[in-house]
Each structure stands twice: as C-alpha cells, then as structure tokens.
Design a protein. Structure first.
Length: 68
C-alpha cells in the first residue's frame, strides 16, 4: 500500500458522537469495512466511496444494526 493511497477523514461516532479521524486506504476502490470507536469501542460500519480517478468521494458511517 502506497502512502498516496491513504486519506484522513474526520468523522463522529454514530454511538457516542466522539470525533476522531479515520485513515482510509483508497487503493482498493470503494468498499465496506468495520472500525471500532476509540472511545466507546462500539463497531462502526464504514462505506467508502472512491471515484474512477481514485479520489475519496464519501464515507458513510452506520451502527452495526444498520444496513449499508
């Protein structure tokens, strides 16, 4: 994974609303993954959308009960 493929993205936890920054790998294109909140340890679903040029478009966060 090249450093150029990593993007920082500021977000808020959907459970406790704590702010934190995600470090996302956009080299694989769009994908769905999980990340635990650093504050409340709840599992957060992430949908990462990447455009055709490899640029990060959007990041959608959801609780583990939501369907992305």
């Amino acid at each position: 994974m090249a450093y150029e493929a990593l993007r920082e993205w500021p977000v808020h936890c959907p459970y406790c609303d704590a702010p934190f920054t995600l470090l996302l790998d956009v080299s694989a294109g769009g994908h769905v993954t999980w990340e635990d909140c650093a504050v409340c340890c709840q599992p957060i679903q992430l949908r990462v959308d990447v455009d055709a040029e490899g640029e990060l478009e959007t990041v959608t966060l959801a609780t583990d009960d939501d369907v992305l």
